[in-house]
Design a protein around this ligand. Sequence first.
Ligand code: M6R
Length: 583
Amino acid sequence: MCGIFAVSGEKNGKAGEAVLKGLKKLEYRGYDSWGIATQEAEKIVVIKEVGKISKATPNFSSSECAIGHSRWATHGKVTSENSHPHFYKTVTLVHNGIFENYEKEKQRLIKKGHIFTSETDTEVIAHLIYEELQKNNTPKDAVRNVANIITGRFALLVLIDGNSQIIAIRRGSPLIIGRTQNTSYIASDIPAFLEYTNIVNYIDDDEMAIVEKGEVEYFDVVSGKSILKRDIEVSWKDEVLDKGDYDHFMIKEIFDQKSSLASAINHSDEEINNFIEKLQKGNGVYMVSCGTAHKASMSAEYYFSQIAKRKINVVPASEMPAFEHFINEKTVLFAVSQSGETADILEVLEQGKKKGATIISITNVESSAIAKISDNHLPLRAGKEKAVASTKATTSQMALLLLLAYADSKRLNEGRQILQNLAANVNEMINPRYEDHIKEVAKKLSDIKNIFIIGRNSLYPMALESAIKIMEVSYIHAQGFAAGEMKHGPIALIEEGTVCIVLGGDMETISNATELKSRGARIIGVAPERDKIFDDWLKVPESSCAQSIVSILPVQILAYYLAIERGLDPDMPRNLAKSVTVK
Ligand code: M6R
């Protein structure tokens, strides 16, 4: 949620240009407005605008140091006033996260005569830092003191007039430093600076960095003492973000599933068994996740029930407070997340940790906060997922979860074999002909208003996931139901031509679909065999217990082409951002 990026020590005076370029690579984190502050000879100059940074062409004066931000609005509408950087007198800053208790501080400052020009929580931080500087604190201590006032997760980059430093501080939101001999880069994510360096230092929670003319010093926020950081060399290949020949990241990432499923299950027996050992020690397992990862988790509830005869409590992370009283030192909290930085999940894990719960997780980002807080973690190895709509990470989550269910029932090899066959089938299934067929189906549907999706067993969560995929990129209203539930109410909505996607070709599901067909529904079947009631058929291979994994694939492609047919950008849908780092 929001991308932040800074450069210090840009000897050619092109810091503004470098920040603009870096922020374009972080645009998936937020894209409703943007802003950049350059530190010029006499003053700090701020440029900010509403709209996507990828379309921006600002001019900068010469500067060696700059900070910037690409926004996903939390507090206040999408306006230039509310976009970052925010400033007050000598303090200019960009912020990723939420200052939860800002209103109280804002009211206190208003009483003292402070005037605010935006509706944001961020602007209050600039005022607070200024207040601390007025007490003769050093810039470093002023920022540390304000960090102690803030509740909530944040990453901040601060510039102060007359000082050539960038002060970077983090609690909960990602912040990574990339270093070359003369220049340092500070970013929410590595791709922003990867063209300059792959040597990185991760700033951890309650740590800060002071960067001056390209040199970096690290400090502990609580003690203020200097700390040393290890240089880590990241793999260029893993972080490369290139659409290649594809028009969008979403369709590229859908095609990446030709190989990503095989990578997801490519963990050693020892790694899988160690993970399962932790899960088995629990007296009560809660699987916590959000959005699409939650739908993958719901499928896993079926896998563990049917394969390992284990009950997993699957709860959307934001709903966990209602079940918090069940959490104790015997509980296992099992987090499932693509980004590994979703705030709702982190909140649950942090509370659980305090109560002594064991934390295990699967994420696609190995250096993420969720991976770090976990007692055991398995990476998805799906490769970078950049489109806002999750596709390859979802099927990797399901494949790994299915493998874990087999390991839990001491049939790891059997699970591996099933998933290896699945990976091979998917590799064959996704091809340009298949894509063209789905594109044709999308053309016929592009102006409809509603789509219903039904599925049974582990295909029920995929009906819910299908609805998310269609809604988030095509803005068509879509709703998923358990196949047997339609007749208990929603069937009232079916009329001549209502589009219903039917996941699965089993007798009971076909019988439910026939009830819809009898009332005029237009049926798109996603199944291994064509049934006579299907108006259109999206073929998927017969995959037994892994049917949920293959069945979501054609719907991902359909959602993509519905967006294209409707002239939308599937990579950056309105109102969304790739990772949700606020509660
Ligand atoms: O990074 P995470 O997997 O924790 O993200 C969870 C959701 O925010 C995410 O799946 C969201 O629902 C996607 N936009 C769905 O495509």
